[in-house]
Design a protein around this ligand. Structure first.
Ligand code: 5AD
Ligand code: SF4
Length: 481
């Protein structure tokens, strides 16, 4: 575990070490020297801002970037009017890319006023060649670009950027390397994400993730447990185990371990109160996992189980490797075995060849499973994926109609499910002050439902009992008991 290595003791005039993570500590020390000199010259601290697009994985990666920036001597800020700004990008759907381009335009105008500002881009979008070409051509003011596979080298890349005047681009096609023990700056002191695996081998036909995040690699269980123990010692009570497909965790390790087996070990960690995980693929969800969840006192009563479509024909074209019937049987089994569980899902509307009848099948599935929440997405064509070459595209109007119809059913069934908790007392982990009404605190139930209730800052990070009084669709207003 990274435990405050004394960077000031590193001799930055010697050659950099070749092994990791020592090499990165060396470059952190070197950056620290450069940042210090610049800060003395300006007579003020240097500020750095990380902005995250996309999923929990990226949020965790950004905490790693922030940890390194802090070690390099930057003060972290949310304000993009900073000396160093890094966008950790997402490319799962095209609107994520468009947002990055839009925001870059805005950063350029800031850089014109403050020419010493440095701008970096990293994350999934940077793994696409067409994106790099476009930035090279039309966004010349960007100083550093790297991808998902070499994020562990951020300190080294930052150092190269600080010593150079030209655009630095370093993109790797893939890696099998997992570098442990780099610093992390957590957003929340009391909860944390933990990567248990990287990449994805599923190749769902619409999805770009396997191309930009590479092949599936699991972390060693010992490293995961050691990291969680250190987090707990540092005040963390809730963790979220992160992977594109946590149910296939450990299959490729030298000594294979199942995800359920890993959860059993995590459960034993003293002081840890809550365990979450994301994301499960229905095809790999084992009975052993259901059993472990059922018996656990710490695993939260929430399962995110992406459906994508309720039509077997579309599921097959999506390469999801389960049928409508198999999914339904699994979801109902989970509801039967763990009655207080909340099931949430992801659904795509407008996949090539999807008909209004297919949408009806998806809607029927939502009605039967009664999801507590469902994230609905319009299909986005991703260059290089098998679905991008499919010719039977769905007209925009049909997509929109299907989407609106589905959304209405999702909202109605979710409201109905969430309303079942009315009047009950549940434990909530208090996460933050409510932004709109500062007399209220916001907490999260084990089943992931949000509750707002009167309280003060001293409750943040604590687990308290709350009576759920008024249901407002996806969230509650309540009272501490
Ligand atoms: N278009 C629309 N939605 C997509 N997702 C992944 N790829 C695409 C795409 N090309 C959705 C899936 C996945 C979620 C993270 O994003 O529903 O579960
Ligand atoms: Fe994409 Fe499918 Fe892998 Fe999820 S499981 S990241 S949807 S390829």
């Amino acid at each position: 575990m990274y435990n405050e290595i004394d960077l000031d003791k590193i001799d930055i005039n010697s050659e950099p070490p070749t092994e990791e993570p020592a090499r990165q500590y060396y470059f952190m020390a070197k950056c620290r020297q450069i940042v210090k000199l610049e800060s003395e010259r300006l007579g003020r601290p240097l500020y750095a801002c990380t902005q995250t697009f996309g999923c929990q994985m990226n949020a965790r990666d950004s905490e790693k970037l922030a940890g390194i920036l802090e070690q390099a001597g930057y003060k972290l800020t949310e304000d993009e009017n900073a000396d160093f700004v890094i966008y950790n990008t997402c490319t799962v759907r095209d609107n994520a890319n468009q947002r990055v381009y839009g925001r870059l335009g805005f950063l350029n105008s800031m850089k014109k006023k403050n020419p010493q500002m440095k701008i970096a881009l990293c994350g999934c979008m940077m793994q696409e060649e067409s994106v790099i070409d476009k930035i090279r051509k039309s966004y010349r003011f960007v100083d550093l670009i790297f991808g998902t596979h070499n994020i562990f080298k951020f300190a080294e890349l930052l150092c190269t950027m600080l010593e150079s005047e030209s655009m630095i681009i370093d993109i790797w096609k893939d890696t099998d390397q997992i570098v442990e023990d780099l610093p992390v700056e957590r957003k929340y002191p009391f909860k944390s994400g933990i990567n248990i695996m990287f990449g994805c081998n599923n190749f769902c036909s619409y999805c770009i993730v396997p191309y930009v995040r590479g092949r599936e690699r699991s972390r060693n269980p010992k490293d995961i447990l050691r990291e969680i123990e250190a987090l707990v010692a540092d005040g963390v009570v809730e963790i979220m185990l992160l992977g594109q497909n946590v149910n296939s965790y450990g299959k490729n390790l030298e000594e294979p371990v199942s995800f359920a087996g890993l959860l059993r070990e995590v459960e034993k960690i003293k002081g840890l109160e809550r365990i979450r995980f994301m994301t499960s693929h229905p095809k790999d969800l084992s009975d052993e996992l259901i059993q472990v969840m059922k018996e656990s006192k710490k695993i939260c009563r929430h399962l995110h189980l992406p459906l994508q479509s309720g039509s077997t024909r579309i599921l097959q074209a999506m390469n999801r490797r389960y049928t409508r019937e198999q999914y339904l049987e699994l979801a109902l089994k989970i509801r039967r075995e763990i009655p207080d569980i909340a099931i949430t899902t992801d659904i795509i509307v407008g996949f090539p060849g999807e008909t209004p009848e297919d949408i009806e099948e998806t809607i029927d599935m939502v009605k039967q499973v009664k999801y507590e929440n469902a994230f609905t997405f319009i299909y986005s064509r991703r260059t290089g994926t098998p679905a991008a070459a499919m010719e039977n595209r769905v007209p925009e109007e049909t997509v929109k109609e299907g989407f609106d119809k589905l959304l209405k059913v999702v909202q109605d069934t979710a409201r109905e499910r969430v309303a079942l908790l009315q009047g009950q007392v549940h434990t909530a982990l208090v996460e933050e002050k409510n932004e709109q009404d500062t007399s209220l605190m916001t907490g999260r139930l084990s089943n992931n439902t949000i509750v707002h209730f009167p309280g003060d800052d001293s409750l943040i990070g604590k687990i308290v009992d709350v009576r759920l009084e008024e249901c407002h669709g996806f969230y509650y207003v309540g009272e501490m008991v």
